[in-house]
Design a protein around this ligand. Sequence first.
Ligand SMILES: *[C@@H]1O[C@H](CO)[C@@H](O)[C@H](O)[C@H]1NC(C)=O
Ligand SMILES: *[C@@H]1O[C@H](CO)[C@@H](O)[C@H](O)[C@H]1NC(C)=O
Ligand SMILES: *[C@@H]1O[C@H](CO)[C@@H](O)[C@H](O)[C@H]1NC(C)=O
Ligand SMILES: *[C@@H]1O[C@H](CO)[C@@H](O)[C@H](O)[C@H]1NC(C)=O
Ligand SMILES: *[C@@H]1O[C@H](CO)[C@@H](O)[C@H](O)[C@H]1NC(C)=O
Ligand SMILES: *[C@@H]1O[C@H](CO)[C@@H](O)[C@H](O)[C@H]1NC(C)=O
Ligand SMILES: [Zn+2]
Length: 274
Amino acid sequence: MKSAVLLLSSSLALASAFCDHGTRAFNRRAEPSEKVKFGYEDLLGPVVWQGIDEQSAVCATGRHQSPISISQANSKAVQGSRLNFTVESYPNGAEFLNLGTTLEVLANGTMALGDKDYSLVQYHVHTPSEHRINREYYPMEVHFVFQAEDDSLAVVGIMVEVASEEQTSDFVSATFANLDKAPNAGSVTETPALDFGALQAHINNSTEGVAWNVVEKPVFMNTTLYREIKNNLKFNSRFTQNEPGAINLLDQARLLLNGQVKPGSNATGLGDDE
Ligand SMILES: *[C@@H]1O[C@H](CO)[C@@H](O)[C@H](O)[C@H]1NC(C)=O
Ligand SMILES: *[C@@H]1O[C@H](CO)[C@@H](O)[C@H](O)[C@H]1NC(C)=O
Ligand SMILES: *[C@@H]1O[C@H](CO)[C@@H](O)[C@H](O)[C@H]1NC(C)=O
Ligand SMILES: *[C@@H]1O[C@H](CO)[C@@H](O)[C@H](O)[C@H]1NC(C)=O
Ligand SMILES: *[C@@H]1O[C@H](CO)[C@@H](O)[C@H](O)[C@H]1NC(C)=O
Ligand SMILES: *[C@@H]1O[C@H](CO)[C@@H](O)[C@H](O)[C@H]1NC(C)=O
Ligand SMILES: [Zn+2]
């Protein structure tokens, strides 16, 4: 694939089921006091997310789940500038939240997808990346979570690769500069000055590289920063989902365990349809 942005089909909801912190969809999920816990391992992990609440049942049956491995076969690349992606700059810093399940910054911005306008709610990170590009994963993925007036959500994913110091992306450095001041789940701090000009240029300049709203060309962070983030987050990435339209892998496992299909068979066509 040429450098570009890979475009999300509108039927595909979020980058993964729980990227929606702070959005109206998240607020509807349950009263804040009774928010059910989710995580990335053991009995809270992505294999059992379908049990968290009613809306999450689709995690085990839906056939358009994220993340996926993006390829030419399952996506159409578009020019990055078509997203009209902008994030306000914060010369005095912005709020940085350690949610335990991710590290998040509250910032405003705008984006256009098709003929719909979206407003930024927050951005957060996953390590390792949730999406893969031609099956390759990246050390980190940033999700910019946008919401339209009709409450629909759209996420723009930026891959972050590890590189030498000179290549460190300014917005990535600034985002995590005060991580040591919010080391634990539930803690909050401020970032230093944030500016997204270089990131906007990077996305605008992705001549044909956005599919599934994931920008194909990565930005960079240095190894010191990578280790610091990884040490804090440990692991917060949902497993790669089946190709869009194909049977949910958990559904396939259910059919297999019930003896309804044979090992190695392709149960697409059976099971629940989304
Ligand atoms: C994107 O921005 C350009 C220039 O600001 C504007 O002309 C265009 O209408 C915008 N596109 C969408 C889909 O909002
Ligand atoms: C990138 O595109 C956005 C939206 O079209 C525009 O507002 C911004 O000025 C562009 N930025 C750069 C650095 O090219
Ligand atoms: C985003 O914009 C809203 C409305 O203008 C404002 O109330 C809010 O403080 C802004 N948030 C941030 C993080 O800039
Ligand atoms: C790596 O990046 C961080 C900021 O992200 C910076 O503080 C540090 O000086 C850089 N270099 C090394 C060698 O750690
Ligand atoms: C845009 O992309 C071209 C080709 O990859 C590169 O040479 C140029 O430096 C990039 N410009 C910006 C502002 O990123
Ligand atoms: C499974 O079947 C579906 C529908 O026939 C097809 O699109 C898909 O490519 C198949 N997958 C594999 C791995 O054979
Ligand atoms: Zn996310």
